[in-house]
Design a protein around this ligand. Structure first.
Ligand code: FE
Ligand code: FE
Ligand code: FE
Length: 209
């Protein structure tokens, strides 16, 4: 939650502040994505981020529609959380030489952004319902679904090991895979595809043990 520009006395105030917080955040994300796209070492990651940039531009317009429903001008309120998340991603991009590791870092940084957005939209939707702002709900829900889908796609990219030689690993099971050879990575991947989710998890923890 950002620096409050006015006192918050009610859930309505909190909701309005939340809209301004996420409006600021979405605009910062629009500004930050081009550098991530440019720096991303992998075509699939670049294309995924490019698609999400277009979605994010739509999300900004969607929030402007919400402000309009409240007869308000769209206004952002500084969100230190998103500034920090973006700054951290930016620092990372300037500090990783190895391209595979860079890809892993960019995916994780992008997921940190999505997770922030998911928490914010989740709360805003609940508050909109509670406050009776029925027309806001579908607009905010559409955006929340895009954020969730983007997060899922990023997880899938990480799990498909677009960065097989990374020293850090990216997602769940990364440490186990780091120790494994690339050919056993492929075997493990095919086991994960064919096996059940629970079975796959058991195998992953067995490898870690
Ligand atoms: Fe915030
Ligand atoms: Fe967004
Ligand atoms: Fe997003």
């Amino acid at each position: 939650m950002g620096l409050f520009t006015k006192d918050i006395h009610s859930l309505e105030d909190l909701y309005q502040h939340g809209l301004q917080d996420i409006y600021y955040a979405e605009n910062q994300i629009v500004k930050s994505l081009p550098k991530m796209i440019e720096t991303a070492p992998h075509g699939e990651l670049k294309r995924g981020l490019q698609q999400h940039l277009r979605e994010t531009q739509d999300q900004v317009r969607r929030l402007e529609q919400v402000f309009k429903l409240h007869a308000q001008d769209a206004r952002g309120d500084k969100c230190p959380a998103i500034d920090g998340i973006i700054q951290e991603g930016d620092d990372l991009m300037g500090n990783v030489d190895d391209q595979d590791t860079l890809g892993a870092g960019i995916i994780a940084a992008a997921q940190a952004v999505e997770h922030y957005e998911i928490t914010r939209y989740g709360a805003l939707i609940a508050w909109a319902k509670e406050l009776g702002h029925r027309h806001d709900v579908p607009l905010l829900t559409r955006t929340l679904n895009e954020e969730k889908a983007t997060d899922k796609k990023l997880t899938a990219l990480a799990e498909r090991r677009i960065n097989p030689r990374s020293e850090k690993g990216t997602a769940r099971g990364g440490h186990a895979r780091r120790r494994a050879s690339r050919s056993s990575n492929r075997a493990a991947a095919s086991r994960r595809k064919t096996g059940s989710k629970a079975g796959g998890k058991k195998k992953a923890s067995a490898r870690r043990a």
